[in-house]
Design a binder for this molecule. Structure first.
Ligand code: NAP
Ligand code: MG
Length: 448
């Protein structure tokens, strides 16, 4: 059932393409609401854990079908509150359906092992047990697929959930709950609490009644959550930031590489944890690759994600816009050369629009080359050898994804072995699939 926040407080949800448009008022929940949600999950836990796992899987199959059926309607809501173009939004909902369907199958494969014993006439079994209440805390950049990626496996494995979505994208979260209800989810098994990270999220992480937290977001928040959960020895799974390189060396089809790089760099306005956010290219190939990248970036059409001809939407909010502006300003001051973009697009109105941006002459040790910007900004670093390319690639706190473009199989294998990243792609941009492991090393994640 739906209920009002105890404190009666609400905040507006605005459209990032047109901040004057208030999409709705959503709760600013307080500790009492979180505690009540946790209690509901604790209460629903025993019955959910005893529900046969194939039956839990059937519910997820129904949920997956509903996601597909509602892809257009939910996709439009996603675009209105998040900003990404409609095609990407609908694709995200369909992708969430694939994730839910995969997990539905996993519910029937929660197998254990049978082992021999040292004693005669004795068999030993290992059994997979539900963990208990799972807290799911998600960011705003993929407000449909990321929650589904957390909630579906928790449910398949018999765990009740308390779900805290990002404050910028509560509407899609409400819609997901409606679909779960329609799929037949029993009361208390998934509980949505809308409110701020520091109040709702922090309370969830601190509660000893929450047995595990699955979190996607920034590395800074991930550290805070890890610390809080450690106090009661809960489990954590953290999917954090990235500074994902596309490394290009000995690759004749530089125009093809540029196409892959630009798509992976500017989807969701560059606000993807696995977005390509720097190019590392050999000095010989740099001029042609750079020209091809810039030409493609100039073709990107920024606009309201609902408009048919837009190929990139706004940034999520004003803070992000200011951070991106500041990062590009600092980069220019530290000697990087602006090739295209580098400014707000005020001609598009008050929306948080920023021009897709490419810079070269970027020093490998500059902030632009090392730190996550999370926006439509692509720095190009030139190197003189494969060894230097790998060193530059690894010289960042992050280790999420990387792409290597090369026709030299030895170099491809050398890079795949030497790059410290959770996911390495050869000759295509960064991408992920539902049935394939996803996660990072170093400051990019934990427990994936
Ligand atoms: P964020 O500030 O870390 O927020 C993520 C979520 O955590 C939001 O729901 C937020 O709530 C909540 N939160 C904030 N402070 C909290 C606290 N003290 N305790 C518990 N929860 C708290 O991240 P963001 O800036 O919104 O998202 C962008 C970041 O996410 C980027 O760094 C990006 O790389 C990363 N990301 C990683 C992945 C991945 O899979 N590796 C995927 C997507 C994004 P509020 O919204 O209310 O602040
Ligand atoms: Mg909003």
């Amino acid at each position: 059932k739906w209920q009002a926040p105890v404190n009666g407080e609400y905040a507006p949800n605005i459209n990032p393409a047109d901040p004057g448009e208030i999409l709705g008022m959503f709760p600013e929940s307080c500790h009492a609401d979180v505690d009540e949600a946790i209690q509901a999950a604790v209460k629903a836990g025993p019955s959910w854990r005893q529900t046969p796992s194939p039956e839990r899987g059937r519910l997820l199959l129904k949920f997956a079908d509903l996601l597909d059926q509602h892809a257009d309607a939910l996709g439009e809501i996603l675009t209105r509150e998040q900003g990404k173009i409609l095609k990407e939004s609908v694709g995200e909902v369909q992708r969430a359906a694939v994730e839910a369907r995969f997990m539905a199958g996993e519910a029937s494969r929660l197998a254990g092992e049978t082992l021999p014993s040292e004693r005669r006439g004795v068999w030993i079994q290992t059994i997979r047990e539900p963990l208990g209440v799972v807290g799911a805390i998600t960011p705003w950049n993929f407000p449909v697929v990321t929650p589904v990626r957390k909630i579906a496996p928790a449910l398949a494995s018999g765990n009740p959930v308390v779900f805290k979505p990002a404050s910028d994208t509560p509407w899609t979260a409400v819609y997901l709950m409606e679909l779960l209800i329609e799929a037949g989810l029993p009361p208390g098994v998934v509980n949505l609490v809308i409110g701020s990270g520091s109040v709702v999220g922090q309370r969830l992480a601190e509660s000893p009644l929450v047995n595990g937290i699955t979190f996607t977001g920034s590395s800074a928040t991930g550290r805070r959550i890890y610390t809080a959960v450690a106090q009661h020895l809960g489990r954590v799974q953290l999917e954090l930031g990235g500074k994902n390189a596309a490394m290009v060396t000995d690759y004749p089809d530089l125009e093809g590489a540029a196409k892959e790089i630009v798509a992976a760099a500017f989807a969701a306005s560059g606000q993807r944890c696995t977005a390509i956010s720097r190019v590392i290219v050999s000095r010989a190939e740099a001029p042609r690759l750079t020209d091809a990248v810039v030409e493609l970036v100039r073709q990107i059409k920024v606009g309201n994600g609902l408009s048919r001809d837009a190929t990139m939407g706004p940034l999520i909010n004003k803070e992000r816009l200011m951070t991106v502006e500041e990062s590009v300003g600092n980069a220019k001051n530290s000697g990087a050369r602006l090739l295209t973009g580098g400014k707000r697009l005020t001609e598009l109105g008050n929306g948080f629009f920023y021009a897709p941006t490419v810079l070269d002459d970027v020093k490998p040790d500059s902030l632009l080359a090392k730190e996550e910007i999370f926006g439509p900004v692509l720095p190009i670093v030139t190197v003189d050898s494969m060894e230097e390319a790998i060193n530059v690639c690894n010289d960042t706190p992050y280790g999420l994804a990387a792409s290597v473009f090369t026709e030299d199989i030895d170099k491809a294998m050398q890079a795949a072995g030497a790059i410290r990243a959770g996911m390495i792609h050869i000759n295509h941009g960064t991408a992920s699939e539902a049935h394939v492991p996803f996660g990072g090393v170093k400051a990019s994640g934990q427990g994936a």
